[in-house]
Design a protein. Structure first.
Length: 301
């Protein structure tokens, strides 16, 4: 597609944001401007090109052939321009704009919210939008710049950077242990009450490693299932059975005397802490700065 010589770069950036976000509303939220301004910029771009770029319906917008051609040519150029600007300004310009973060409810309380507060204090021109959910959010659709995810990643289309690891602990309440007795081997789990976390890919199959390196796979049965780590911890504290908690949640409850660790000499596979960001989008200076900051924050915790 041949582009006019006098073309508004801002309009192109807005157009690219609409394509990336999937709607005018999401693009406006991501850019921090009014939806009407997004519509005006796109309309001006369409007028300059003499072609419709989007086919609009009441629910969504889709690219026309002209829109696809324009995006194919302009997206890598805009990506390169933004990368060059960030590189020139690295280390000199104050971080500004909006940094949209997401993570699970528990991890926000235990770690990320505190880190975000310290990061915001260090960069007073930066706005922080922290969103918490125990479901896996759509980074592109919801305009998230960076998601901190724990466990094991499933979506290979996303870009991810591993920041650290955490242990998994087998736990139950002191009352449950008094009632049923302590465990001596993972094989005994098949006869105990298990509370399953349905967010996990295999919530009823667990592999344990003994101190000598021998492995044992335990298959459990669950009468109770929950879809959030916080609800799982609450169930366990009230004696519902046995399950696995991440190191942070487990240690907090163990220190308070609300849970006890079972089979401490048997190790479960560690989980990862990942910085996850959308594919194909320029990684801004504020995202890169927060990733570096949070990696150091986790190491010092």
């Amino acid at each position: 597609m041949a582009l006019p010589a006098q073309l508004d770069l801002n309009a192109l950036s807005v157009f690219d944001a609409v394509v990336d976000a999937g709607s005018f509303t999401a693009a406006a939220d991501r850019l921090g401007i009014a939806k009407a301004k997004v519509s005006i910029q796109v309309a001006r771009l369409e007028a300059a090109l003499g072609a419709a770029l989007f086919a609009r319906t009441t629910r969504r917008v889709t690219l026309t052939d002209a829109g696809r051609a324009l995006h194919a040519e302009c997206h890598p150029l805009l990506h390169g321009i933004m990368a060059a600007i960030d590189q020139v300004g690295a280390g000199t310009a104050e971080l500004s704009g909006v940094l949209r973060l997401s993570t699970s409810v528990d991890h926000a309380v235990q770690s990320l919210a505190g880190a975000a507060a310290l990061f915001a204090a260090r960069h007073p021109q930066l706005q922080i939008d922290l969103r918490t959910s125990d479901r896996v959010v759509d980074l592109v659709g919801e305009g998230i710049d960076l998601s901190i995810r724990l466990g094991w990643l499933r979506d290979s289309s996303l870009r991810a950077l591993k920041l650290g690891e955490f242990e998994q602990y087998l736990v139950a309440s002191p009352a449950y242990v008094r009632r049923t007795g302590r465990l001596s081997h993972p094989q005994e789990l098949g006869g105990r009450e298990w509370v399953a976390l349905t967010l996990l890919p295999t919530p009823l199959t667990w592999q344990f490693t003994a101190p000598d390196g021998a492995t044992q796979t335990a298959h459990v049965k669950a009468r109770i299932r929950v879809d959030a780590p916080g609800a799982l911890a609450a169930m366990l504290r009230h004696g519902a059975g046995i399950s696995v908690l991440d190191q942070y949640s487990a240690e907090e409850n163990i220190a308070a005397g609300k849970l006890v660790r079972l089979l401490p000499h048997w190790r479960l596979p560690p989980g990862g802490i990942y910085a996850v960001y959308p594919p194909g989008r320029h990684v801004s200076a504020r995202v890169r700065a927060f990733i570096d900051f949070y990696r150091e924050f986790l190491q010092q915790a």
